[in-house]
Design a protein around this ligand. Structure first.
Ligand code: CO
Length: 463
C-alpha cells in the first residue's frame, strides 16, 4: 500500500494566507500537544512571514516562539520556510549571515528547512542547503512553480538534479499561486520521479479551486507528502483541508497514518479561533472564495489585490485593466520570473508605473534596477536587452554572485553596534533581517521588563 504523508500548515502558511500571520503564540499554545500526537510527517511552524510579523505586530520574539513550540512538540518534525540567500527578508545577505541564520534556526528547534529562490536560481540555494545539512537538519529544495515558455519540464528536472547534487533530502513543488493544474502536476511529479530518487512534497493553495484535484493527480504520479491545513483554516488562499484529503486518499487505498480523533480535536479547537478572526475582520471572506482570474491572467491572487490597492491609493482605479495587461509584459521583459516574494512586488509595481507614466520604464524603482544589475540572481530567461539598457542607463550589471560582493563582517559590525541591546546571536540576526522592526521590539521588551521589575518589588516597598 502506497503511503501518503502530511505536513500541517495551520501555524505558518494557513495563518499567513488567511489572517496575515496574526496568530499570537498564546492563541495556539493549548493545541500544540495534540498536533504533536496527530501523526504528521511535519508541522510547518516558522519562517516565511512569521518572523517579521512576530517582531512587527505581535511583540513576540520569533526565536522564543520557536523554542516554546519545540518544547511542546517533541515528536513531530518542525519545519520552516527559508527564502534562500534572502533568509527571511527581501534582499540578499552574505553567506556568513545565511549560515548563521540556518544554524540558529536548527539550534532553536527546526528539523526541516524548505529552501526556495524566487528566480529558481540554484546558486541562491546552495549555501543554505549546505549549512542545513551540516547542522544536522533536513534540507528540502523547493521549486517556485510558474508557467512560461521557458519553464519546461526539462528545466524543472534540471533544477531538481542540481538541488540533489547540493544535498537536499526531498523536493518540494511550491505552487504559491494555486495555478498548478492536475495535468501539469501529474506530468511534473512523474518527470521528477523518473529523474531522481527523492521524496516529492506538494505545496499549493486553493485560490483557483484546483488544489484537491492537483493533489490527487500528484499522488497518482507518486508524490509522497502533501501540505494541508486543518479544516477551519483551509480553503481559499490557504491549503486544502487535512481531514478531507486523509479521508479521500484512505478510501482510494492509500495508507494515511493520521489520527482522526486528534484531527477532530485540532479542528474543534481552531473553529472558534477562526470565528474570532472573521469577526474582527482580519479574516476577509474574499480570501475564502475561489478566484479563477489567476488562471487567465497568471497573476497570483495576492498580487491582484496589491495591484488594486496600489491603484486605489494613487486614485487611478480606471487603469486597472491596463495594469492587468501590462503585468505579463513586464514579466516577459524581466525574463519570466516566478511571481513570488519579492519578484511579484517588483513586477506589479513596475506595471503600475508603466501604465501611470504612459511610457514604459520611464520611472523605475530602486529594486527593479537592482534586479537588472543582477542582485537577485540569474533570471529564468535573459532580461530584454533594450529594456535592461534603458533601466541601467550606462551602469554595468554585476559579474558572478551578488552575495560574494557583500561585506563579510556585517555580523561583527552589527553585534558591536548593538552592544548590550542584543543579548544573544539570535537578537543580532533579528536586527540584521529587520533593523527598524527589531529595534522597536528590543525597546518594548526592555520597557516591559522594567515594568515587571517595578511590579515585583512594590509589595516589598509597601511592607
Ligand atoms: Co504557500
Amino acid at each position: 500500500m502506497k503511503k501518503v504523508q502530511f505536513t500541517e500548515t495551520v501555524l505558518r502558511d494557513a495563518n499567513q494566507s488567511l489572517i496575515a500571520t496574526r496568530l499570537p503564540y498564546d492563541k495556539f499554545e493549548p493545541i500544540l500537544e495534540t498536533i504533536d500526537q496527530a501523526g504528521f510527517y511535519s508541522a510547518e511552524v516558522w519562517g516565511g512571514a512569521t518572523f517579521d510579523v512576530c517582531l512587527r505586530f505581535l511583540n513576540e520574539d520569533p526565536w522564543e516562539r520557536l523554542r516554546k513550540i519545540r518544547a511542546k512538540m517533541p515528536n513531530t518534525k518542525l519545519q520552516m520556510l527559508l527564502r534562500g540567500q534572502n533568509i527571511l527578508g527581501y534582499k540578499h545577505y552574505s553567506d556568513d549571515i545565511v549560515r548563521r541564520f540556518v544554524r540558529a534556526s536548527v539550534r532553536n528547534g527546526i528539523d526541516i528547512i524548505r529552501i526556495f529562490d524566487a528566480l529558481n536560481d540554484v546558486n541562491n540555494l546552495k549555501v543554505a542547503i549546505e549549512e542545513t545539512v551540516q547542522s544536522g537538519a533536513i534540507a528540502s529544495g523547493a521549486i517556485s512553480y510558474t508557467t512560461s515558455p521557458v519553464h519546461t519540464l526539462e528545466k524543472y528536472v534540471q533544477i531538481v538534479k542540481e538541488m540533489k547534487q547540493m544535498g537536499v533530502s526531498s523536493v518540494c513543488i511550491k505552487d504559491m499561486a494555486g495555478i498548478l493544474s492536475p495535468k501539469n502536476a501529474y506530468d511534473l511529479v512523474s518527470a521528477i520521479k523518473d529523474a531522481v530518487d527523492l521524496p516529492v512534497v506538494m505545496h499549493t493553495h486553493c485560490t483557483t479551486g484546483l488544489a484537491f484535484m492537483t493533489y490527487l493527480k500528484a499522488v497518482e504520479a507518486g508524490a509522497d507528502v502533501l501540505d494541508t491545513a486543518i479544516s477551519p483554516f483551509s480553503g481559499g488562499t490557504s491549503q486544502p483541508a487535512t481531514e478531507t484529503l486523509a479521508f479521500a486518499l484512505r478510501e482510494l487505498g492509500y495508507q494515511v497514518d493520521l489520527d482522526d480523533d486528534k484531527l477532530f480535536q485540532i479542528a474543534t479547537y481552531f473553529k472558534p479561533v477562526r470565528a474570532e478572526f472573521l469577526k474582527a475582520g482580519t479574516l476577509n471572506p474574499i480570501s475564502l472564495t475561489t478566484d479563477t482570474q489567476c488562471l487567465t491572467y497568471q497573476i497570483p491572487g495576492g498580487m491582484l489585490s496589491n495591484l488594486l490597492s496600489q491603484l486605489k491609493s494613487l486614485n487611478a482605479l480606471d487603469k486597472f485593466d491596463e495594469a492587468l495587461l501590462e503585468t505579463p509584459r513586464v514579466r516577459k521583459d524581466m525574463g519570466y520570473p516566478p511571481l513570488v516574494t519579492p519578484t511579484s512586488q517588483l513586477i506589479g509595481t513596475q506595471a503600475v508605473q508603466n501604465v501611470l507614466a504612459g511610457e514604459r520604464y520611464k520611472n523605475v524603482g530602486a529594486e527593479l534596477k537592482a534586479y537588472c544589475r543582477g542582485e537577485y540572481g540569474r533570471t529564468p530567461a535573459p532580461i530584454d536587452p533594450e529594456v535592461r539598457a534603458k533601466i541601467l542607463n550606462g551602469e554595468q550589471p554585476i559579474q558572478g554572485r551578488y552575495a560574494d560582493s557583500l561585506p563579510k563582517d556585517i555580523y561583527e559590525k552589527t553585534a558591536e553596534k548593538l552592544g548590550d541591546t542584543a543579548r544573544c546571536e539570535e537578537d543580532v540576526l533579528s536586527y540584521i533581517a529587520f533593523p527598524q522592526v527589531a529595534e522597536k521590539f528590543f525597546a518594548e521588551r526592555k520597557a516591559l521588563e522594567e515594568k515587571k521589575v517595578r511590579y515585583s518589588i512594590r509589595p516589598v516597598e509597601e511592607g
